[in-house]
Design a protein around this ligand. Structure first.
Ligand code: MSP
Length: 610
């Protein structure tokens, strides 16, 4: 503590005068006994909080260089049933990555959408007593609604029943045909309708059951068009040798390499028995295989609304994708079939394919076909989108499987968002209100000179950046949470509430401590915003910033020094309402009148230490 204050806070303020107000001799006296220039802290005409306009680098995108483009895709979801938490998981992860890339200043094109053709969709429409087209409209809309509730900031939503997509699929098919890579043959094999895929007998369980869907595969014999995948074996191998990072995480590369090594078989790309699909050019008795059709959605999505939709213009609007995010069950389609199709059509390959793990329930993949799903709308309704996003990204290591438990969900979000971050912010603002009229006494850069917390925060935020870059989303969250832990430790060690009571230099030191902790909170608000955007906005708002400021902040805003002396914080208000767990609710219900909602109203945090 000794080295922390060796000059007057008031002098520092006068020297910095960040808002360029004239400073006169009049001073206002805070309870702490620290004197501040009245004009500097409370300019009479300024009713709203003073916003920081410098050093958080909202301007650092103003370079003449065009922004690098980052094209990111989720799978296009089957519309056989409304979305479940497993489908939401990929999209939440994609959204966090998209938001992070935007913070880096890149021009992001975030593509998602729905996969609407094929036997499985036709069957689910029939089961629902609907036409395929009406059924697709309803379910596709359910996806969009969920994405809105989860604050998914996609740029393009493609439906494979969109006519512009259909045109591009036909054009692509014709290119591959012209290349000599499509031929006609009979096929006989075991088909899993849920996977929409012919299976190799040796992959199947007893009774020819699909290992993912646990349902028997059906014997099929068809006259189909085939894609000459085997022709691309060598090129695919070479691609992986040249670019081993093509498949992520690294442990999935071996799987892909061994599929290729074991010998690639040509696969059928049309169906004679399925009407609900895009007709094969020059043979309307067959429709294009749903996977051949859907993968092209990644390209057709890129074409602009008002643009003549053709393959070349769509490609020139952003292809190749920087990253395909997918679940591990569809890795073969993305890391083997799709690159070969692109090679055949003479198009560039995506730069990366990342295969994440499954959300499981009792160890089984959560899914529509098994009926063991978790309802995302319910989770969002009960706990809010920040909690849902944070929990799944923090708790499940991206790339591995993860099991859900409500108890764990509640414990994690309460401990991390409500306590470690929310409570620290609230305590600090409470102390600032009580002792400094909610006003920062000095620039955070000055307050933290030689301060160890600043170094810790700088290291942790850099760690978070690297983890985001590597798609280690859980570790990125962990690094940001560590900032909160370090802030809490700092608060407890320095006990500013005691220092304020001592007055004089001790009070000045305490006022600086609050600035330091709030600056750490500001950095948390930027660094965690890809994962929990509304939560982070609420933190930002508490620090006296405008929504515009938050919306335009970039990653370089995580540099220490954004908060300036004179900045007025908002009235302390909890930024995350603690979730009551069931046991507490049940106890409460047993003694009091029934409780309807699981989420308690925001509890006032300890406003200021006594
Ligand atoms: N329509 C195809 C994708 C075509 S992409 C051109 C498809 N659709 S799907 O709806 O069945 O699955 C979409 C994504 O959701 C896949 O990446 C799949 O792995 C993911 N998930 C479905 N259930 C999941 C879990 N239980 N856990 C995590 N992700 C899961 O496949």
């Amino acid at each position: 503590m000794a080295a922390r204050i060796n000059y007057s806070v008031q002098n520092t303020l006068c020297l910095l005068n960040p808002f360029n107000y004239s400073i006169n001799a009049k001073t206002t006296h805070f309870k702490t006994g620290i004197n501040f220039s009245k004009n500097l802290i409370f300019p009479r005409k300024l009713k709203s909080p003073m916003f920081c306009t410098c050093a958080t680098s909202n301007n650092d995108l103003q370079s003449s260089e065009p922004a690098e483009t980052f094209v990111l895709t989720t799978p296009l979801y089957y519309v056989n049933a409304p979305p479940h938490m497993g489908s939401a998981y990929t999209t939440i992860a994609a959204d966090a990555i998209a938001r992070f890339q935007r913070l880096l200043g890149k021009k992001v094109i975030f593509v998602t959408g729905t996969d609407e053709h094929g036997e499985k969709i036709a069957a689910s429409a029939a089961a629902a007593g609907s036409t395929p087209s009406d059924h697709c409209d309803v379910i596709s809309q359910a996806y969009r609604t969920l994405w809105k509730d989860l604050e998914i900031t996609y740029d393009k939503f493609i439906r494979t029943t969109d006519p512009k997509h259909e045109g591009i699929v036909k054009e692509f098919y014709s290119r591959v045909l012209a290349k000599g890579d499509i031929y006609r043959a009979d096929y006989e094999g075991l088909y899993c309708v849920n996977c929409e895929e012919y299976k190799d007998e040796k992959e199947l369980l007893d009774n020819n059951c699909c290992p993912t869907h646990l349902k028997p595969c059906i014997e099929r014999k068809e006259d189909n068009y085939f894609f000459a995948l085997s022709k691309y074996q060598k090129q695919l191998e070479e691609n992986l040798t040249r670019n081993p990072k093509f498949v992520q995480p690294p442990f999935r590369l071996n799987e892909v390499q061994s599929w290729i090594k074991s010998g690639l078989k040509d696969f059928s790309i049309s169906r004679a028995s399925v009407d609900w699909g895009i007709p094969v050019p020059n043979n309307n008795k067959q429709t294009i295989y749903v996977w051949f059709d859907a993968l092209l959605g990644y390209i057709s999505a890129l074409s602009a609304e008002n643009e003549q939709p053709d393959l070349q213009t769509a490609v020139s609007s952003g292809w190749p994708a920087s990253l395909h995010l997918i679940g591990k069950d569809i890795l073969r389609f993305h890391a083997v079939y799709w690159p070969a199709m692109l090679m055949s059509a003479g198009l560039d390959l995506p730069k990366n394919v990342f295969g994440h793990g499954f959300l499981t329930k009792d160890g089984m993949k959560m899914g529509k076909s098994l009926g063991n799903t978790l309802e995302p709308n319910e989770l969002v309704h009960n706990f809010g989108s920040d909690a849902v996003r944070y929990f799944f990204l923090r708790e499940v290591e991206f790339g591995s499987d993860g099991d859900y438990s409500e108890e764990r969900f509640i414990n994690i979000v309460n401990a991390h968002l409500a306590n470690t971050i929310g409570n620290l912010l609230n305590r600090t603002l409470g102390l600032l209100k009580k002792n400094c009229q909610s006003t920062l006494v000095v620039d955070s850069a000055v307050a933290a000179e030689g301060n160890a917390l600043k170094d810790t925060v700088e290291k942790l935020v850099e760690k978070a950046r690297i983890h985001y870059e590597n798609l280690s989303l859980s570790s990125a969250c962990e690094a940001v949470l560590e900032i909160g832990n370090a802030g809490n430790a700092y608060m407890d060690e320095n006990a500013p509430w005691t220092l304020f009571k001592q007055g004089g230099a001790a009070s000045e030191a305490a006022a600086k401590d609050l600035v330091i902790i709030l600056e750490a909170m500001r950095i948390v608000a930027i660094a965690l915003s890809p994962v929990a955007p509304s939560f982070c906005w609420r933190i930002y708002e508490q620090l006296g910033y405008s929504k515009d400021h938050f919306n335009t902040v970039t990653w370089s805003g995580t540099k220490w020094g954004g908060l300036k002396g004179g900045q007025v914080m908002a009235q302390p208000k909890p930024v995350f309402a603690r979730i009551e767990n069931k046991t507490e609710l049940e106890d409460e219900a047993a003694t009091k009148k029934p409780v309807k909602s699981k989420q308690k109203k925001p509890q006032a945090q300890v406003a200021a230490e006594a």
